[in-house]
Design a protein around this ligand. Structure first.
Ligand SMILES: Cc1cc2nc3c(=O)[nH]c(=O)nc-3n(C[C@H](O)[C@H](O)[C@H](O)COP(=O)(O)OP(=O)(O)OC[C@H]3O[C@@H](n4cnc5c(N)ncnc54)[C@H](O)[C@@H]3O)c2cc1C
Length: 403
């Protein structure tokens, strides 16, 4: 009989997990709390480590058709606008790490995964299926054991399966019940973001590069989407959002005037970008301490994946990437379950994943501190960037990994 997997959450992580499990002959049911499957509009950068996996899943052409392929990664001084460092992307990064660097609209990446999942035998999707309770029966330790996981939805439906993957995001219910380690914590940073057609901008503000603008206690990241037609803007500033801004709803309407006030003085092009007429949204950035053991990613027949397992600040642009990497390792691990038992298969997955994910979480925090430096440390950073730019910006252990 085919083994049964439950996945909570149909975000990028949950869909990737469902896909990877079904490819290894598991029968998968995905429960998503929202009534309609989808993603809110914003950009995502996908390094070669991630595009390589998506290509190996047969999604490379579909991804290339909706993505942009930025020409370079650039660091600029947010106060003066001066270029501090630059690393070629385009063909050069493909040649160096064996796969392209893409930037993609989240909704496009989500739709691509959703299409793949819908076209795959053995996966069923259950919208409006918020999971409120997770339970595992006793035999979680034995080899091929007879344990089972049970979940209950908000509408009181009870379902059971051989294994459960909690891919329910940073505020994961599955994590809360599995680990009981409290909610993620606000980082003290908020992000304002907008996506707009490049044609709506004057020529001097259009760009086909990934640009990180670094300033005291703030930074901004801009990059093209959809073949370069759109520009994604994200400004990160220190401070807390207003009292009525719920951190757990990451997508709030925002007022550009608040962003401009929070930024203070910045160079003209960056100020102009912050003033564009667009539908600005606000995001409260939260995260957790980096993982410290495999035991935080899987216990018995329940595993965590993506932000549920290792939420991170978006300063290496790899949160979704790590979720896709998780899925890439989860599939072959589940394939071994018949031989070694479900708990050992999930433990293998966690053992193969936790250290790399923790390293990216730690790097994300460190990048945030470096990006926001002020005073003499800021000058030291800028000198290093000017001297060693491309070498500092490339991350071979991250981009070059073959999982
Ligand atoms: C400003 C910003 C920029 C970013 N940029 C990048 C980038 O450039 N590159 C990159 O790789 N990553 C980036 N990230 C990170 C990336 O967005 C996340 O890491 C990624 O979306 C996590 O995917 P996920 O599927 O784990 O979680 P989510 O996308 O949060 O999906 C979780 C899903 O679970 C559902 N759910 C929640 N609770 C339940 C429940 N109880 N029952 C059923 N369903 C439930 C939710 O509705 C949701 O659909 C960025 C993040 C931010 C904030």
């Amino acid at each position: 009989m085919q083994e049964q997997l439950l996945v909570t959450g149909a975000g990028i992580g949950g869909l990737a997990a469902a896909w990877a499990a079904a490819r290894h002959s598991w029968q998968v049911r995905v429960y998503e709390q929202t009534p309609v499957f989808g993603e809110i509009g914003a950009g995502i950068q996908l390094g070669p480590n991630v595009t390589r996996i998506l290509s190996s899943w047969g999604m490379g052409d579909a991804l290339a058709a909706v993505a942009a392929r930025p020409d370079r990664l650039m660091a600029r001084d947010a106060l003066t606008g001066a270029e501090l460092a630059s690393m070629p992307l385009g063909n050069e990064i493909s040649a160096r790490h064996g796969s392209p660097y893409f930037t993609v609209h989240r909704a496009d990446l989500h739709a691509l995964l959703l299409d793949a999942v819908r076209g795959m035998d053995g996966i069923s999707l259950h919208p409006a299926g918020r999971i409120v309770e997770v339970r595992e029966t006793a035999d979680a330790t034995g080899g091929g054991g007879s344990g089972v996981v049970h979940v209950r939805t908000a509408s009181d439906l009870e379902v059971e399966a051989d294994a459960l993957v909690g891919a329910d995001g940073i505020w994961s219910t599955v994590r809360a019940q599995l680990l009981g380690d409290g909610p993620a914590e606000p980082s003290g940073h908020v992000a304002y973001r907008a996506v707009l057609p490049q044609s709506a901008l004057p020529e001097r503000l259009r760009s086909q590069s990934v640009t990180a603008w670094l300033g005291p206690r703030l930074h901004a990241v801009t990059y093209p989407l959809r073949g370069g037609e759109l520009l994604n803007l994200v400004f990160f500033v220190e401070g807390r959002a207003g009292q009525d801004t719920d951190a757990q709803t990451w997508d709030h309407a925002a007022v550009a005037a608040d962003l401009q006030a929070a930024m203070g003085h910045v160079c003209t092009p960056l100020r102009e970008l912050a003033q564009v007429e667009a539908e600005w949204r606000l995001w409260v950035i939260s995260d957790r301490e980096p993982l410290s053991s495999a035991n935080q990613m899987a216990r018995g027949r329940i595993a965590l994946l993506g932000d549920a397992a290792h939420p991170m600040r978006p300063y290496v642009a790899q949160g979704a990437g790590m979720a896709i990497e998780d899925a890439q390792v989860l599939g072959p691990s589940l394939a071994l379950a018949g031989e070694i038992g479900v708990p050992s298969a999930l433990s293998r997955y966690a053992n193969l994943r936790w250290q790399r994910a923790a390293r990216v979480q730690a790097r994300s925090r460190r990048n945030g501190r470096i990006f926001h430096l002020d005073g003499p440390m800021r000058h030291a950073r800028d000198v290093s960037l000017r001297l060693f730019g491309a070498r500092l910006m490339d991350i071979p252990w991250l981009y070059g990994a073959r999982l």
